[in-house]
Structures are given as structure tokens and as C-alpha cells.
Design a protein around this ligand. Structure first.
Ligand code: NDP
Ligand code: MG
Length: 398
């Protein structure tokens, strides 16, 4: 069999490097066709040397030129492309079989959508793209015969707990009562609420169980990540927010569950290591070695569960409400969150102001049905602009 040609969008990130680690173990099955990055030139150089992809893409010209000189000096057979349009070019290239969508945030929407329109097998990590575009993305997948496999550990777990005929039959006909989305609660599960105002970016990024990029780490601390995942699950599995129950599970061993009408609950378990869902989706329906240590039950000893507190995690309710409102609301929520998280990481606003900023943006920007991609991109832009203004006001009032 010929190796599968893989394009990795966001190769230099946490998901990107974990994907390359899985590929490294199965070079006979997978060939790296294209790698894309943003600012981390040094990492991309190393990856080009090791995997020698046909294409390496950087949005910025200066960095692309620097990479091109490196490629020439090392005499590598890699073509360097520059500009955001080339992200779409490689994601939809006719020689590509599989696209790992691992760019963080709204920047990943157009290339991921291009992969859908080209009918690729899409391994979806970039949840923000789906949260923003919802029905538009899912329609493109269906219309162009793309295959969508979830990388987010919770959604990958749910996918593993669903019956095979689920896509044709839907949740009710499969005898499913609801979906149980688990979340660790992040680093501030037990922190005194009075101390939330003084949380630093490094504290927020120190997740107890997972090693991830900074944006999703902050999202995990606010539990906006679980909120985005709730929206993601609604689209992926065609369910309503009411059919999803969010449960705190601090050990991150059960990655999510499906509750059936006969009383059975199926769970997927594993060590918190993203190589498991990545390897699962890459090889599906087969199974390959991911290099992950076997789960040691004696070592874990206990699994515990709790209800998430509204007061501690206001972002969770904001996301669930946004999904219920529908239209462009999830896109506005996502845009405001991206701006708020960046402002917090830049130490412009306090941790506790993240949810305030999102809420204010949602009440002050306009609802629209958002039936087209243009409407979604417009909502993203005006919500972003509004959120930036709020950041400025918050900085001035500091
Ligand atoms: P990272 O921040 O580690 O990596 C992000 C990647 O996207 C990097 O390759 C980065 O390039 C690239 N990138 C950033 N901005 C742009 C841009 N404007 N244009 C093009 N490329 C860009 O994030 P993660 O790997 O943690 O997360 C990636 C996605 O996967 C997110 O959507 C996240 O929610 C999701 N996810 C991540 C999990 C995890 O465990 N990390 C778990 C579940 C989902 P560079 O580094 O070169 O600047
Ligand atoms: Mg997740």
C-alpha cells in the first residue's frame, strides 16, 4: 500500500508536534506532504529536515524567505510557500489524503473549510473553526464527501463510544439518552474565588493534566474550552445543548461518555496524552501504536466526579447560551474569547475580566442568522473590533 499523504496545518504547535511523533513511529503508513507554521521558524526548520515535506508554508514573507535560504543551504527537496492563501492551497491539494487541522483559533477556518470542500479526510483539532461556522462547515463536509474525525480528546472519546451506524441513524434512533462531556476543571478547581483577580498567565497555563498551547490552556482554566467543546459536540454529533451534560472529572482519565436508554454508560479511558486520539483518528478504523504508556489503574486508584460551579466558571454558561441562541452568536463568542484570552496573556486585563469582556461583547454586538460564510467572517470581525475596544477601556480604567 502507498503511504497516506498528510498535510499538517499548525505543525509547530502542541497538536502538530504530537501528530509528527505518531507519524515518526509509522513512516511506512504516512508521508508528510505539507507542513504549515506561523512564527516558530526554528521548529519548522527541524521538521523540514526530518520529514522533508513537498511543501512548507509560512504566512509571513520574511520568515518564508529565511526558511527558503535554510532549505537551499541544507539541499532539501522542500518547496517553501508564503501567504495565507497557500494554507488553503496545501489543505486542498489533489495529492493530499489527510489534513490535520491544528491551527489555533479563527485563523484555521478557511484552510480547514478548503479541506472539507476538497473532500479530504479531516482530523479536526481546531474546534474554533467549527464553533464559528457550524452548519456551513458540516454542510461542506457532507456535500463534498469529506470524512470528519474528531481529535479533541472528549469528542474522540464520544466517537469511540457511539455505534457504527450512528451517522445514518442519529442519536435518538441509536437508543442514546445523552452525552456526558467530562472536564478536569483546570488549575483553579479549588482556588479561592477572591484570588481570581490576581491570577497570572503562567498560573493559568499550568494545566494539572495536559500539556497544551497557551490559548487552549487559558480556555481550560476558564472552562470556555468546555463551552467551545459543547458547541463542537452539538455540530459533530447533531445534538442539542440540552442533550449534553458537563461533568467535572479532575483526573482526566475518562475522556467522555455516552449514556444509553438501557442504563449502559460507555466511557473511553486513557492517560491524558493527545497521541491517543491523534493515532485513533489517523488509523481509524484500524488501531496503531501511539507510544502512550498503558493506563495503570493501581496508580490512579480513584476516579471522582463533580458538578461545575456557575460562579467559578461563568464562561461555560455563556457558551451554552450562545449555542441556544444560534446564528452568529457562537462566532461572536469565539471572537470575543480569542481577544480576551490574548489580552489576558499580554497582561492587559485580569483573569476575571475574560468572561465580562465576552458577555459585554455578546450583548453589544448584533445578532444575525449567519447563513453564509461571509456573514460568519463579518461577525468574527465586528465582535473582535468591539472586544478590542473593551480591552482598551479596561486598560484605561485599571
Ligand atoms: P499551539 O498554540 O500549540 O499551536 C498552534 C499552531 O497554529 C502553531 O503551529 C502555530 O504556529 C499555528 N498558528 C497560530 N496562529 C496562526 C495563524 N494566524 N496562522 C497560521 N497558523 C497559526 O496550539 P495547540 O496545538 O495547543 O492547539 C491547536 C488547536 O487544537 C486549537 O484549536 C486547540 O483548541 C485544539 N486542541 C488542542 C489540544 C491540545 O492538547 N493542545 C487538545 C484539543 C484541541 P507557530 O507555533 O509557528 O507560531
Ligand atoms: Mg478537549
Amino acid at each position: 500500500d502507498k503511504p497516506e499523504q498528510v498535510c499538517i496545518l499548525g505543525a509547530t504547535g502542541s497538536i502538530g508536534t504530537n501528530t509528527l511523533d505518531v507519524i515518526r513511529r509509522h513512516r511506512d503508513k504516512y508521508h508528510v506532504f505539507a507542513l504549515t507554521a506561523h512564527r516558530n521558524l526554528e521548529q519548522l526548520k527541524l521538521q523540514c529536515e526530518e520529514f522533508e515535506p513537498k511543501f512548507a508554508v509560512l504566512p509571513e514573507a520574511e520568515l518564508a524567505d529565511e526558511l527558503a535560504s535554510f532549505i537551499k543551504y541544507k539541499k532539501l527537496d522542500v518547496e517553501v510557500l508564503q501567504g495565507v492563501d497557500n494554507l488553503e492551497f496545501v489543505a486542498s491539494h489533489h495529492q493530499v489524503d489527510t489534513v490535520m487541522a491544528a491551527i489555533v483559533g479563527a485563523a484555521g477556518l478557511l484552510p480547514t473549510l478548503a479541506a472539507a470542500k476538497a473532500g479530504k479526510k479531516i482530523l479536526l483539532a481546531n474546534k474554533e473553526a467549527l464553533v464559528m461556522s457550524g452548519a456551513i462547515f458540516m454542510d461542506a463536509v457532507k456535500k463534498h464527501g469529506a470524512t470528519l474525525l474528531p481529535i479533541d480528546s472528549e469528542h474522540n472519546a464520544i466517537f469511540q463510544c457511539l455505534p457504527e451506524h450512528f451517522v445514518e441513524q442519529g442519536i435518538e434512533q441509536c437508543g442514546i439518552h445523552n452525552i456526558v462531556l467530562t472536564g478536569s476543571g483546570g488549575p483553579f478547581l479549588k482556588k479561592d474565588l477572591n484570588q481570581f483577580a490576581t491570577i497570572t498567565p503562567d498560573e493559568a497555563c499550568a494545566h494539572p493534566n495536559w500539556d497544551m498551547g497557551r490559548k487552549i490552556s487559558v480556555d481550560s482554566a476558564t472552562m470556555m474550552n468546555k463551552g467551545l467543546e459543547l458547541i463542537e459536540a452539538c455540530w459533530l454529533f447533531d445534538v442539542k445543548p440540552e442533550q449534553i451534560e458537563v461533568v467535572l472529572h479532575p483526573q482526566s482519565i475518562i475522556h467522555s461518555m455516552v449514556r444509553y436508554n438501557d442504563g449502559s454508560v460507555l466511557a473511553q479511558m486513557g492517560n491524558p496524552d493527545m497521541r491517543t486520539p491523534i493515532a485513533h483518528a489517523m488509523a481509524f478504523p484500524e488501531r496503531i501504536n501511539a507510544g502512550v504508556a498503558p493506563l495503570d489503574f493501581m496508580e490512579i486508584s480513584q476516579l471522582t466526579f463533580d458538578r461545575p460551579s456557575q460562579e467559578r466558571y461563568p464562561c461555560l454558561a455563556l457558551a451554552s447560551e450562545a449555542m441556544k441562541k444560534g446564528g452568529n452568536t457562537p462566532a461572536r463568542l469565539n471572537a470575543a474569547n480569542e481577544v480576551a484570552v490574548q489580552a489576558f496573556l499580554d497582561e492587559k486585563i485580569r483573569f476575571s475580566q475574560i468572561s465580562e469582556l465576552i458577555q459585554q461583547t455578546l450583548t453589544s454586538t448584533e445578532y444575525d442568522e449567519a447563513l453564509t460564510l461571509e456573514a460568519v467572517l463579518a461577525a468574527d470581525k465586528f465582535a473582535r473590533d468591539y472586544a478590542h475596544q473593551l480591552v482598551q477601556q479596561m486598560v484605561t480604567n485599571h
